[in-house]
Design a protein around this ligand. Structure first.
Ligand code: ZN
Length: 441
């Protein structure tokens, strides 16, 4: 393995070599420098295994600097072999090595105060089928594992590798976290606020406390507005997608180790390939490697997230009010168009009725009801609608109005009875027809 204890210090051989390489030190000088520094300690059996604490010796081979058990190996030697193979086969070896080292440094820095131990995953005291990059031992006995994901994302085999990885971790009772390389992050769909996901990525979604808060937030906003409006407003999503949505919010963390930054992406799961972007925020890698206040998860949260959520809620509600107003105006317009149409129909029907004047002329209402009396009866509902229609037709056909004032009064009363156009009173369809006609007399 690449790491061993020297008293309580961990010596990472490969990392020391790489630091020297970066300074453009020649291979011979690197060997000399490390030999000078550690050979005698190694000969005195001062290096011990991070897993079994047995003595290990330093081996400097051109392809790898490592420590080897003097006697029989322990689970970690087997884990290390497996890990080296796994990284070669599944990950993007070079960037993975660098990124993992940086992430480990951040974790060590942030978790020190909690008295936890951050170790190489292969140091686990039991051989595992899939080896985590890093393993975190908590004083209470909890074990978390962290993986830096740089793998062959588009390959289906990588998807099953992640699936197996999760199974191994779950069987061991590990809590696991994926730090996904930012190269995996997709930009948004051009029209819909959605990001595409690799199958493996879809498997790495995690539910954090903030995700639950966002879920509640969405559910409440649906009650305050309506689902179709909300999905359209938040995501530009058309009704056709609606059926598939369960409105579950999950998160992913993308990291850029070299920049020391991370990005929290919260998604509403759409299907296995797409997630709707509900919230995305950049945080420092330092923060992404810190524990939350309950020490249940890492702090994958924006400090301002609650405020931003409230602000967004206000925006959504304001937009909904505007939308409602527009809908109302539209109805109002349509109604006045309807009234206008009625007017035209009315003129037409006047012409039509003129053909039947000889018939209508024969008709005389039973009572001597005037126009305003007819209106009062309509209001008090003491007249049958059919009878009212006959009476109305009679008045219209005969054009017998008592006087201009009565006509004006009836028009006004009919309008009042119908209520404002934007918010009309609920009336029988035929009664409304009579009232419209009365209003247009
Ligand atoms: Zn050992």
């Amino acid at each position: 393995m690449e790491v061993a204890y020297l008293i309580n210090d961990r010596i990472f051989l490969e990392e020391e070599r790489r630091v020297l390489e970066d300074q453009e030190t020649s291979y011979n000088i690197i060997i000399k420098s490390i030999e000078d520094k550690y050979r005698v300690h190694s000969d005195k059996k001062a290096f011990t295994c991070i897993c079994c604490k047995q003595a290990v010796s330093m081996v400097l081979r051109q392809d790898k600097f490592h420590f080897k058990h003097l006697g029989e190996g322990c689970p970690s030697s087997e884990n290390y072999r497996q890990y080296t193979k796994q990284i070669k086969e599944e990950e993007n070896e070079q960037p993975h090595r660098i990124g993992k080292t940086i992430i480990r440094t951040y974790l060590e820095g942030q978790l020190k105060i909690h008295n936890v131990e951050v170790q190489e995953g292969y140091s686990y005291r039991k051989s595992l089928k899939i080896i985590p990059d890093l393993i975190i031992y908590f004083p209470g006995g909890d074990i978390w594992v962290v993986d830096y994901i740089t793998g062959k994302k588009q390959v289906e085999a990588y998807n099953s590798f992640i699936k197996k990885r999760k199974e191994v971790y779950e069987n061991e009772g590990f809590k696991y976290f994926f730090f996904i390389d930012k190269a995996w992050l997709s930009s948004e769909h051009p029209n819909i606020k959605a990001v595409s996901l690799y199958p493996a990525e879809n498997q790495m979604l995690i539910q954090l406390e903030q995700d639950q808060l966002w879920e509640v937030w969405i559910a409440n906003l649906i009650l305050k507005t309506d689902e179709e409006f909300l999905l359209n407003h938040l995501f530009g999503l058309e009704r056709t997608f609606k059926e598939q949505l369960t409105l579950e919010v999950r998160s992913l963390l993308y990291v850029d180790p070299a920049e020391g930054t991370a990005l929290v992406q919260r998604l509403v799961r759409l299907d296995s390939k797409w997630g709707l972007n509900i919230f995305r925020t950049e945080i420092s890698l330092e923060k992404a490697a810190s524990l939350d206040s309950a020490k249940n998860y890492f702090q994958w949260i924006d400090e301002d997230e609650e405020t931003q959520r409230m602000k967004l809620e206000e925006d959504v509600i304001a937009a909904y009010r505007k939308f409602e107003k527009e809908q109302k105006d539209k109805i109002e317009q349509e109604l006045s168009k309807e009234v206008y149409k009625k007017k035209l129909v009315n003129i037409d029907s006047n012409k039509v009725t003129s053909h039947y004047t000889h018939q209508s002329a024969k008709f005389t209402p039973q009572s001597n009801t005037t126009l305003s009396e007819l209106f009062v009866k309509l209001q008090e509902q003491t007249i049958d609608i059919d009878e009212a229609l006959v009476l109305y037709d009679y008045y219209k056909g005969s054009k017998i109005y008592k006087n201009r004032d009565e006509l004006e009064e009836v028009r006004g009363l009919a309008r009042t009875m119908m209520g404002p156009i934007s918010n009309p009173n609920y009336l029988d369809r035929r009664l409304r027809e009579i009232l419209i006609n009365l209003a247009l007399l």
